[in-house]
Design a protein around this ligand. Structure first.
Ligand SMILES: Nc1ncnc2c1ncn2[C@@H]1O[C@H](COP(=O)(O)OP(=O)(O)OP(=O)(O)O)[C@@H](O)[C@H]1O
Ligand code: SF4
Ligand SMILES: [Mg+2]
Length: 353
């Protein structure tokens, strides 16, 4: 048997990537009612790196995010490995897991700005995890809450406000301050800007970018909007029906996807600053599949504009699709060279559009 040596980047002297997910499966329920929401996902995030996860509604993005910190309901079963700084979250004891949920990694939940407690001042809500997970006094925790508010662009005096006294954008800043409260090394942001108008959305995205850069954090940002992710993140993973079907450098995936689903998703969102993409055909016929009744073969084949007959029966693994890129499509030919990419340069591997 040949041993395969995987590349490991040393982070902060620990010898591990910040997060490494290996062959993660999540299934809700069991038996005839089983919903396989995540089906064998591999991910990796290093300190200071921003990974975007894209995909249509129901493809398993939030399930994946919640699985990373074991925040799923009891009906979910998990299989695989989630290595946070080399330590497997799936086998952690409860006490260790509680500490890791704030100090190792923290989540800004989808729609979370609506879940602040209406009857408590926001300063107290930010101070609460500090008191629980850090050696701190109430006065020191309150001071820290004020500093965190300033870090996210709100005056420390707003600590005395109740959630209803803040705008949606301000409440989302509070959620980010709360996520930073115990100095996590990884932030998982699940659709952090979806409910906000475009101006506030841009402000929040720049804020997250600045915080990640200043503190050398890892970031996983989840969105259905490939344009937002490619503008914010270094790398992109595109999910379809519970699997990653394409991954690579964010801009390359957005501007020249290798997988037909990546292309369709990309066409659905105009590229920032590219007027021609605004007039390109967009949208994808059909709906994403029901995870409880997935199509055979390549799960994308019923919607794929370039499917072959064999696609209805043959499943596709992620394969090499150019430098630092992988895609799960039979049409991806590693090593082939197309005449020009979107910027006129020769590109390795076949591009499908
Ligand atoms: N608690 C649950 N019990 C059973 N099925 C669930 C549960 N939560 C999610 N699912 C199913 O798992 C699949 C993935 O859901 P998930 O919320 O992860 O998708 P998503 O990609 O985050 O979608 P969206 O973009 O709409 O937020 C969906 O089919 C969903 O119906
Ligand atoms: S494997 Fe076939 S159906 Fe799947 S994306 Fe590629 S061409 Fe389309
Ligand atoms: Mg979701």
């Amino acid at each position: 048997m040949t041993a395969v040596k995987t590349e490991t980047v040393t982070e902060g002297g620990t010898g591990h990537p910040l997060l490494e997910v290996r062959d993660l499966h999540v299934t809700y329920g069991s038996g005839a009612l089983a919903v396989p929401a995540v089906r064998g996902v591999d991910l990796r995030v290093d300190a200071g790196q921003k990974l975007g996860i894209a995909g249509e509604s129901g493809c398993g993005k939030s399930t994946l995010a919640l699985a990373l910190l074991r925040l799923l309901p009891a009906s979910a079963t998990l299989r695989g490995e989630i290595l946070l700084d080399g330590e497997d979250v799936l086998t952690m004891k409860w006490g260790r897991l509680r500490a890791v949920r704030w100090a190792g990694a923290s989540i800004v939940f989808q729609g979370a700005m609506h879940s602040l407690n209406a009857v408590h001042r926001i300063g107290d809500q930010i101070a609460e995890p500090i008191l629980l997970h850090r050696p701190s006094t109430p006065a020191a925790a309150r001071r820290r809450a004020g500093e965190l508010l300033e870090q996210v662009g709100l005056p420390a005096a707003r600590a005395a406000a109740y959630p209803h006294e803040l705008s949606g954008g301000q409440r989302q800043r509070v959620m980010i301050a709360m996520a930073l409260a115990c100095d996590p090394r990884l932030i998982i942001a699940d659709e952090p800007t979806t409910a906000l108008d475009v101006m506030i959305q841009a402000q929040i995205l720049r804020l997250i970018e600045r915080l990640v850069a200043d503190q050398d954090l890892g970031l996983i940002m989840i969105s259905h909007d490939l344009a937002v992710l490619s503008d914010t993140c270094d790398r992109l993973s595109v999910m379809y029906a519970g699997r990653v079907v394409e991954e690579g450098p964010a801009r390359q995936v957005h501007e020249n996807a290798r997988h037909p689903y990546g292309s369709a998703l990309s066409a659905a969102f105009p590229r920032i600053g590219d007027l021609s993409s605004r007039h390109a055909p967009r949208g994808l016929p059909g709906d994403p599949p029901d995870p409880a009744a997935l199509p055979s073969g390549c799960t994308f084949h019923p919607r794929c504009p370039v499917a072959l007959d064999s696609c209805a029966t043959e499943d596709q693994e992620l394969r090499h699709a150019g430098q630092d890129r992988r895609a799960a499509c039979v049409l991806v030919e590693p090593g082939a060279v197309t005449a020009s990419g979107p910027h006129g340069g020769a590109e390795e591997s076949r591009s499908i559009s």
